[in-house]
Design a protein around this ligand. Sequence first.
Ligand code: HSE
Length: 312
Amino acid sequence: MKKATAFAPASVANVAVGFDTLGYANAAWGDRVTAVRTSALGVKVVSITDFSGKPLPFDLPKDHLKNTAAVGVASLLEHTQADFGLELTIEKGIALGSGLGGSAASAVAGVFAANALLPSPLKKIELLKFCLAGEKVASGAAHADNVAPSLMGGLTLVESLEPLVIQTLPLPKIWTLSLREHVEVKTEQARAILKKEMTLQESVIAQARMGAFVTGCFKNDLATLARVMKDDVIEPQRCHLIPHFLELKKAALAGGALCFSISGSGPAVFAWFDSKLSAAKVQDELADVLTKKRIAFDSAIGEIDRNGAKLV
Ligand code: HSE
């Protein structure tokens, strides 16, 4: 094969109880990367557009040392000692600084497409470290809670970064609502404002909630999930970056959401529901709130995507 195209879904990281560790795939949005073999070595980004080939309303670097897809692909080619290079065409379905794992999805789609062109492609899970190398250039820190679900699909828990180990959790039967106000939040800045320490009491609560969350997923126990999917540590430090966050949260919980919190570093937010009907009702209510305030947004209801990256 000389050419391969891959799609990688957006992802919701942190999931209220697992800062930098939990994430799930959300195929309502995603990025697509086409890799074409070249005889010249190295990785070159030839274009970055939206899905219809139009220029993006935001700037992304084409530089092979700064572009997340290029860096991820280069690390894969180096590791496998490939005797060819690749040209990448990137199509973005995820806006920059949206909190939906856009930089991760480009890295994942690039690495997944490139892998298909190798004489002996690696297994999907073996690609994770190359995706992470790409993601790292965008956020300034290695966190695999976006790349893991975008690559593998489902709900993932990053057990450790070194060595890189992830666990895939069983999916509770829920519907998700994601909503993104059209404002940009830079992950690097949203990380810089976080206090660096937690108190012992905060840590005790966080451990208990994470344990109960995992149990709730295994048992499909939505009442437990609703009780523990709360974030009193990161969310209060970041919610001022998202216009009207508290108003949206109050409306979602009053409308029956099991949980409501920030997706990754925002501005996207997510909520879980026990039925598609209540998700749709709350989607309309949140739309009303933002429309009255003249804030542009988009939103999507769906189930957690089980596939992750795929060739298209
Ligand atoms: N866990 C990361 C953060 C995800 O919250 O900073 C960024 O998308």
